[in-house]
Structures are given as C-alpha cells and as structure tokens.
Design a protein around this ligand. Structure first.
Ligand code: ARG
Length: 271
C-alpha cells in the first residue's frame, strides 16, 4: 500500500514505550573528553551521522547540523541541565567512536537492537520507525520477497542492511552497500539499483524534497517496528539517567510535541 506523509506520522508513536536500555552496572565516569569531571560545566560530545534528514543533516547555508534529533537532544540537555556539542560522525565508525570515548552520546536515528545493546546502553525509546522499500515509478517490486534477484541498495550496517542481508543471504552479490542513505537513493535515481530499503522517515523526507523523481514506497508486513534510542557508552549509567530524565521532561511539558510538529507537520500519534 502506498503511504502518504500521514503514513509515517501514524507509524511514529514518538512517545516513550516500555523502558528499554537503562540498565547497566559498572559506571565508567561521565566522559573522557571533558577533563574527566562529572559536573554540570562538562560539555558532552555528541556523535551523529548528519546525512539523514529530517533527523540530522548539515544545513548547506549555515554549515550547522540540524534536525529532529538535534532539537530533541538540545531540549533534553536543557531540561536535564547538561551541555552538548554535536560532531558529524560517519555511520561507519559511529559505534566505535562511542566505545573508545571520542563521543559521549550518539543520537542518529539509531534503532535499539539486542545486538547493539551488548555494546552500548540506550535511553528509553523516543521515536518509532519501520523499514520501507523504495522503487522507481512503475516498478513491480512491492515486498521483501520481490527483492529476490534484484539489485538492492542499503546503507552499510543499518537495520535496513540487516533485514535485506538476512533475507537475501550474506553473500548475495545483488546487495549494494553505501556509506549514506542519500547515496543509495541517488543511485536508485540513476538506476544503479532496483530498490532501496531504508527507514520510513528518511525515505518520505527524501521523496518530498525531490518530488520530481516520483519514487514509490512500500512497507512489508514482515518489517518489525523499530524504536530509536539515544546511546551512551556501556555502563555510563549517570549520563543515561540524565538523558532519560530530560526525555521524560520534554515529553510531559509539550516540547517533544512541538519539535515533532516542526519536522513531521502533525502532532505525534497517541501512544
Ligand atoms: N535506524 C537505522 C539503524 O539504526 C538507520 C539509522 C541511520 N542513521 C543515520 N544517521 N545515518 O540502523
């Protein structure tokens, strides 16, 4: 079924659901980047792969990183009384940058997965997403099954990559992997691939911004619901608690809804 912009709004629950993530032992101190202190003057360094509008992208006019995730984390930090500074960080090395202490926090439309929970801790979920299949106009592809034997583009190491790889097999030569999702979508436009699988919010934003391309988009009932979380280094319970505290505040005082409306044009659907 072809979905309009309202489709993603309906899919995106936004408001926090069950408490995932906030569990760890072994506190490791707040950060290695702020002089090792844990006081309020510390500026936490935030990694984000800013090629993912409307969640994070570089504004070509100002060169600033902006988007839903940026506004949200700024609001969370303000509410919880800490400071943040965003650093554009390629997806390829983003989890590594967190684990070696180059980044204190990651916000990058990151889906909370069991595998990722082994190596980092996640905040409570802040956004619901789902994979989407994008195809050029007139393509017969509608479902995951239809991708068999077709060239499929994904961003390396994303949940879209995982789903396609699980289905087509690790060694399928038809999977084409890109450093960013916009590069995959550009290649779809250039007919380098037959379809792209990526997060719904980003796909819909891309189509909206580049409407002349007329891409069509579908979801497969097999695609699970995904929830975005804010990540900290495994064991950084102190920082995680601040983030969850800030998240709860911006959700209850209406700030979350305001930011949601700014980027998605409507209020987040009720829980
Ligand atoms: N939600 C997907 C994942 O976690 C894709 C996220 C990609 N984010 C980005 N800023 N490039 O795998």
């Amino acid at each position: 079924v072809r979905k309009g912009w309202a489709g993603v709004a309906a899919l995106a629950l936004g408001i926090a659901l069950a408490g995932c993530g906030a569990s760890s032992s072994a506190p490791s101190g707040a950060s290695s980047t702020g002089g090792g202190t844990n006081n309020s003057s510390q500026v936490y360094v935030v990694g984000t792969d800013a090629a993912y509008a409307p969640f994070e992208s570089v504004n070509p006019q100002t060169n600033q990183i902006e988007g839903f995730d940026i506004d949200l984390l700024n609001a969370v930090a303000k509410a919880a009384g800490f400071q943040v500074k965003f650093e554009n960080t390629p997806w390829k090395g983003i989890f590594q940058a967190l684990s070696i202490g180059q980044r204190d926090i990651l916000i990058s439309a990151i889906t909370i997965t069991d595998e990722r929970k082994q190596s980092m801790d996640f905040s409570n979920p802040y956004f619901q997403a789902q994979q989407m299949i994008v195809v050029p106009p007139g393509s017969p592809i509608r479902t995951l099954q239809d991708l068999k034997g077709k060239k499929v583009g994904v961003q390396t190491g994303t949940t879209g990559d995982e789903i396609v790889t699980d289905f087509l097999g690790k060694t399928d030569p038809n999977i084409k992997r890109y450093d960013t999702t916009p590069l995959a979508l550009e290649d779809l436009k250039n007919k380098g691939v037959d379809a792209v699988v990526a997060d719904n919010g980003v796909v819909l934003d891309y189509i909206r911004q580049n409407s002349s391309k007329g891409f069509e988009h579908y979801t497969d009932p097999k695609f699970p619901k995904e929830y975005y979380g804010i990540a900290v280094k495994k064991g950084n319970t102190a920082l995680l608690e601040k983030i969850n505290d800030g998240l709860a505040k911006v959700k209850s005082d209406g700030t979350y809804d305001t930011i949601y409306k700014k980027y998605f044009g409507s209020a987040p659907p009720a829980e």
